[in-house]
Unconditional design. Structure first.
Ligand code: DC
Length: 219
């Protein structure tokens, strides 16, 4: 048992790390829905099924088995694809699949089932609006552009990626623009969403803050 926590936010606000650590702190499951869209994209890419609504993609959606392992990690038909779904090729093409209504319908249905029992930290843009409108806690993480640029830059540097601070900043700006239309659509953010500005917070502080909010709501 437990409550449903929906987490959403801007690019590089620390959504995934915060959601993962919050789930661990509460003993909840982390529903990384972006990983599900990525796994589907990987399956389609491997089978050369383009992001076009039609029988090919429909059939693929009916056949693939995407599972989020309780300890983290993503299984595609039983295979651990946690690394493969983070490859740049998948990151570039996932948006085209995630924009298709037939893909969203299938994913939303699977996610509703996964969270039906409660005790989940569900991460993704439509968690508080479409998948879990009944969530007891809905959070949107935001942070200013410079803080996000610095975090992303440090992350990439640690991975050995050669990129300038300016390039990182431009990339975040571009993704912000792309997200603006998609995020909530014309209806705006769901009722009751709490915006948390993480500009001056460490990851540990973000997690502690969200855990306190969750406990106020019955976690
Ligand atoms: O959070 P991420 O980068 O792993 O998400 C991968 C892609 O899936 C990204 O283009 C956003 C999209 N996505 C979505 O449309 N709906 C969700 N609930 C989660 C992710």
């Amino acid at each position: 048992m437990g409550i449903i926590i929906a987490i959403d936010g801007v690019v590089s606000a620390g959504k995934s790390t915060t959601a993962r650590l919050l789930a661990r702190a509460l003993g909840y499951r982390h529903l990384d829905t972006g990983a599900m869209y990525r796994a589907l994209t990987l399956a389609a890419t491997r089978r050369q099924v383009p992001p076009v609504a039609g029988p090919e993609l429909e059939s693929l959606l009916g056949r693939v088995h995407i599972e989020l392992a309780p300890e983290g990690g993503v299984l595609l038909d039983g295979e651990d694809v946690g690394e493969d779904i983070r490859q740049p090729q998948i990151t570039r093409s996932v948006g085209a699949y995630a924009d298709l209504p037939l893909v969203r319908r299938a994913m939303v249905e699977a996610q509703k089932k996964m969270g039906a029992q409660g005790g989940v930290v569900a991460e993704g843009r439509d968690m508080g609006s479409v998948v879990f409108p009944q969530a007891q806690l809905k959070v949107r993480l935001v942070a200013d552009l410079e803080a996000r640029t610095r975090r992303r830059f440090d992350e990439l540097k640690a991975k050995g990626v050669a990129i300038s601070l300016e390039q990182v900043r431009e990339d975040i700006r571009r993704r912000d623009r792309e997200d603006q239309e998609r995020d909530y659509g014309p209806q705006g953010p769901p009722a009751g969403v709490i915006e948390v500005d993480t500009t001056a917070m460490s990851i540990a502080e973000q997690v502690a803050h969200l855990a306190a909010l969750a406990r106020q709501r019955g976690a």
